[in-house]
Design a protein around this ligand. Structure first.
Ligand SMILES: Cc1cc2nc3c(=O)[nH]c(=O)nc-3n(C[C@H](O)[C@H](O)[C@H](O)COP(=O)(O)O)c2cc1C
Length: 191
């Protein structure tokens, strides 16, 4: 079981990262192999719209720190994608990664029955941390982005959410969230 964890907060000990780390630790305990990156520490650009991944290549034409990360996502079983909410959306670091997953789509993705190049069967855990305590706020972020991952060929997705947390890491001490982490670790490592 290969797990890739991508953390999109500049706060390496922030709430989204702490939850992603807690989940990965539990999955590791259950036998998963985990590779983890802080997106903020990588030198990479967003999609340049060169369309080479649609005309000449099967992969992204850009070669930068995200290249091995995209390769790892291509071969993983579970992707943990963690982001803070910034101005009602994912962080810029997270969005730049998501834009680069355009390279996961076939040239004829708009009409193809299977639009994505990825091996089917992958699972996504989308981790989102926000200061606003109201769960109805920013709920749409997950549905907007998880739809694209499913379209890309992911089998299913799960939503792990910290609402009303501001101080770094406090979400990972919340008993309800820790229970959810435990359940997800069990589910993601089940055959
Ligand atoms: C630039 C910026 C924009 C933010 N925008 C929002 C927002 O729109 N809604 C919200 O609830 N919290 C917002 N926050 C607060 C963070 O989402 C919150 O502190 C969260 O716990 C950060 O996640 P992290 O600990 O993983 O970095 C913002 C914080 C920053 C720095």
């Amino acid at each position: 079981m290969q797990v890739v964890s991508l953390k999109g907060s500049p706060r390496t000990r922030g709430n989204s990262s702490a939850l992603a780390d807690a989940l990965c630790e539990r999955m590791q305990d259950k036998g998963a192999e985990v590779r983890s990156w802080n997106l903020n520490e990588l030198a990479f650009r967003g999609c340049q719209a060169c369309y080479l991944c649609k005309t000449e290549l099967e992969t992204c034409a850009l070669e930068d720190d995200l290249t091995p990360v995209l390769d790892a996502v291509r071969s993983c079983d579970v992707l943990v994608l963690a982001t803070p909410v910034y101005f009602s959306d994912v962080s810029a670091q997270t969005k730049a990664f998501i834009d680069r997953t355009f390279s996961f789509l076939h040239a004829d993705y708009q009409s193809a029955e299977r639009p994505g190049r990825l091996e089917p069967g992958k699972r996504l855990v989308f981790v989102q941390a926000q200061a606003h305590p109201d769960r109805n706020q920013f709920r749409d972020i997950y549905s907007r982005y998880s739809t694209f991952f499913i379209w890309n060929g992911f089998r299913e997705s799960e939503f792990l959410r910290a609402c009303g947390f501001q101080e770094p890491g406090e979400a990972a001490r919340d008993p309800e969230l820790l229970q959810h982490v435990e359940e997800l670790a069990e589910k993601m490592t089940a055959p």
